[in-house]
Design a protein around this ligand. Sequence first.
Ligand code: ADP
Length: 342
Amino acid sequence: KNYQIIIEENRRLYNEVQELKGNIRVYCRIRPFLQGQNKKQTSIEYTGENGELVVANPLKQGKDTYRLFKFNKVFGPASTQEEVFLDTRPLIRSILDGYNVCIFAYGQTGSGKTYTMSGPSITSEEDWGVNYRALNDLFHLTQSRQNSVIYEVDVQMVEIYNEQVRDLLSEDVPDASMHSVKSTEDVLELMNIGLMNRTVGATTLNEKSSRSHSVLSVHVRGVDVKTESVLRGSLHLVDLAGSERVGRSEVTGERLKEAQYIKKSLSALGDVIFALAHKNPHVPYRNSKLTQVLQNSLGGQAKTLMFVQINPDEDSYAETVSTLKLAERVSGVELGAARSYK
Ligand code: ADP
């Protein structure tokens, strides 16, 4: 196949790149075709075990058809929630050792962001996304360590819509309210309240959730039983607003305003992660509410993981490439078709 040539040529290149920069990781996840959907053509040509992904442009022919991307990991359409979590768990566990961790789901609406973060339902554990599995794992670990470290866990849940931060767990407090939790059940209960508050004013949950960012923050404080030293870590689980671009001619009024705010905050996030990956002295946190809210947990010793969600459909090709390009930029490894044919 033609794309084999691109892969071979680029392997040399990214062997030189060694590790992805610093504490930033990018995992790509490809959604399967959905049941009941007519089997369409796919733009995903190849996924490699080592994080390689080749997409095919339906409008081109020959060698120009293919474009190669490289991430820390690519999860194909058959990947399970458990597999995805297993590769996320070490990062999550590090918060108990005092790290700050941010996990983002990025992609166009319908690409599986909520599926990866929350899962399609909470009634069946098999369906659980990263959020619930992470919390479950954390509570198990804190219990198993309780003879040496006493942990306290607090959660916050906010939504960022049109550059306004709204607490989803209580009303009329100046800052996002903190809620002490002792078990996964406690968190599930709070998350249900948060989800209900999120739908206020929207016709459907999906309508609202695709246009706002939701941030679930877990703060952990551990006190060493012997030394009494205190250790703090945090985990932010962020389901981002849909990244699809909307043409100016297509939308007006409220919808246009929303689209502009989303675009602004997603590019501000991209700029911050890019600056961190490239160890730039100036990191532009102030450009959006999202990056302001997360400022203390992005950068420094903090660890960042971005799930790049992909809709496999050929019709989504343009969005797919734009999503992948942003991810490639933040990860610090840009290959690009042009480079492979010089
Ligand atoms: P987004 O949050 O990006 O808008 P969703 O998570 O709501 O997208 O996913 C869109 C649809 O695709 C939902 O019906 C969801 O259950 C389904 N879906 C997404 N990812 C997967 C997956 N990995 N396996 C099976 N179904 C998926």
